[in-house]
Design a protein around this ligand. Structure first.
Ligand code: MCA
Ligand code: AMP
Length: 493
């Protein structure tokens, strides 16, 4: 049996979820997910790892569907509620989804998928009570597919088993001393590990409460904080930046009220992208808290973290989390000397099973002796790891999202007026990096507002370039390869 769900029997009456102004207990979650599981099973015994996609607002329905899929033996494929249909279609087709569970507000968005005769559709508002027997689920079964960008153009589906997810959860429960009295506010998108595992699953594992905000908004976030119930918060650096900017515009008495409620928190975590020292320090002034920065990846959950008790150093990601093995290696996968930079490689039960339908990419992402190659370059100095960068210029981190420059280039090249292009990330305090594109165009009058409009239904908003430069040719080296570092410098001139 899936331990996360089994645990709920120990907390039946406790408050599990707050969403849309309502409270839901662990018993409510067990009841609702059982009904969903039985509907999905549709009189069969076991979904046997069928991929079930779902698109609903973050909140009670989201969690009930996730648990329902797991209890019926399916693989949960959470869809991003702000993606255009092209991106949703890609996920559905790539992971060979058999069923989509949706709420009415997304009915129109997903209606173009109705043409696919292989797909079943379930509207969450139409589930009614049902009784039956649920299958017994082994921990080694595949549980979830999360799409993440890589050095290839199209996003890859990262498959984690229940065992992998459990390991990712329990490591954080121990390291950050999660307990039943915790109450966390979840403002993160629910198609990534940060919001799903670190926030939601950890809270539910231990019998704590997870409160949802449907979409991040600084005013609403501070209003909830000021009720003095929330005691844990986790976010990407961009969110802390936005909270600080909003706070700075408030009158003194409002600031004081917020600062007082923040001082009551037990833990505040930053991750998914490098935390600028300026944000680390400004947040400390506002909240009295030293942000705990940690490092993770969709394929591995969390791997390295500053300590819960002990010194949290600005600019450093800390030490290995419980049950996670770390090594730093050179280009030949040989260990580097302490103080020398190397690629972070990871081993442990936390590490994912495979990229969905991509055996070659899966094999290539591990060393011969089973270490997962993160592509992140780090050094270990004075007892802590520090991230120095990535081994690929084609990966951009913006707003905490990992974005493939190649994926954006492929889409831009489809535009009739674009002859050639190259996409880069420009450093930015708020977003981490801003996406920028160098374009070679057939018509110098290319209208950039129209281009942005054209991109809207082809790429998610956060993957859309924010800056453009029109060039006669892209900067290239003697081999003819585009030199992205030079392109970045052209944006600064
Ligand atoms: C949106 N805008 C941007 C970007 N995104 N501008 C520049 N760069 C961007 N990346 C603009 C919009 O066009 C809009 O502009 C304005 O910002 C507001 O847009 P909106 O979509 O409403 O943005 P937001 O809601 O304020 O989004 C910011 C955000 C979001 C909340 C920080 O990006 C977010 O939720 N990020 C978290 C991603 C995450 O969870 N990553 C975890 C994956 P205008 O107003 O002009 O129209 S990493 C992971 O899971 C691993 C395991 C790990 O380590 O955690
Ligand atoms: P994702 O594939 O979306 O899970 O993003 C994982 C990537 O985010 C990692 O490979 C790192 O490059 C980056 N990342 C996560 N946490 C941190 C951090 N604390 N500092 C710097 N980079 C980070």
């Amino acid at each position: 049996m899936i331990r996360l769900i089994k645990n709920a029997n120990n907390y039946l009456k406790r408050r599990a979820i707050i969403s849309d102004g309502a409270d839901y207990s662990y018993k409510n979650l067990l009841d609702a997910s059982e009904i969903i599981a039985l509907h999905l099973l549709n009189s069969t015994k076991d979904l046997n790892e069928a991929r079930i996609a779902f698109i609903v607002q973050p909140g009670f329905d989201y969690v009930s569907i996730q648990w329902g899929i797991w209890r019926a033996g399916g693989i949960a494929v959470p869809l991003c509620i702000s993606h255009p249909i092209a991106s949703i279609k890609y996920v559905i087709e790539d992971s060979q989804v058999s069923t989509i569970v949706f709420s009415r507000e997304y009915e129109t968005l997903i209606s173009p998928l109705h043409g696919n005769p292989e797909l079943r559709f379930f509207c969450i508002e139409e589930f009614n009570s049902k009784s039956g027997i649920l299958p017994i689920i082994d921990d080694n079964r595949r549980a979830m597919i999360i799409y993440t960008s890589g050095t290839t153009g199209s996003p890859k589906g990262v498959v984690s088993t229940h065992h992998n997810i459990e390991a990712q959860i329990t490591s954080l429960i121990v390291a950050w001393e999660w307990n039943q009295n915790d109450h966390i506010l979840n403002v993160l998108p629910m198609h990534h590990v940060h919001g799903i595992v670190n926030v939601l699953c950890c809270a539910l594992w231990i019998g704590a409460c997870c409160e949802f905000l449907d979409k991040f908004n600084p005013e609403k976030t501070f209003n909830i904080f000021c009720k003095n119930e929330v005691n844990i918060f986790m976010a990407v650096p961009t969110i802390y930046f936005k909270l600080i900017s909003y706070y700075n515009e408030l009158p003194g008495d409002a600031q004081q009220k917020i600062s007082e409620s923040l001082k009551r928190f037990r833990l505040m975590v930053s991750g998914s992208a490098a935390l600028p020292i300026s944000i680390f320090e400004k947040w400390k002034q506002i909240s009295g808290h030293t942000l705990l920065e940690r490092y993770g990846m969709t394929e591995i959950g969390m791997a390295i973290s500053n300590p819960y008790k002990g010194e949290r150093k600005a600019g450093y990601i800390g030490q290995p989390l419980p049950d996670v093995q770390i090594r730093l290696v050179d280009e030949n996968d040989l260990g580097v000397y302490e103080g020398d930079p190397g690629e972070i490689q990871i081993k442990g039960t936390n590490v994912f099973k495979e990229y969905w339908g991509k055996p070659t990419e899966t094999l290539e992402s591990f060393t011969k002796d089973g270490w997962f190659k993160t592509g992140d370059i780090s050094i270990f100095e004075n007892g802590s790891y520090k991230i120095l960068g990535r081994d690929s210029v084609d990966i951009i981190k913006s707003g905490g999202y990992k974005i493939s420059a190649l994926e954006i280039e492929e889409v831009l090249r489809l535009h009739p007026q674009i002859k050639d292009c190259a996409v880069v990330g420009l450093p930015d305090e708020e977003w981490g990096e801003i996406i920028a594109a160098g374009l070679v165009v057939s018509d110098k009058e290319l209208n950039l507002i129209e281009l942005t409009e054209w991109l809207k239904n082809k790429l998610p908003n956060y993957k859309t370039p924010r800056k453009y430069i029109i060039l006669d040719d892209l900067p290239r080296n003697v081999m003819g390869k585009v030199t992205k570092k030079e392109l970045i410098s052209l944006f600064n001139t």
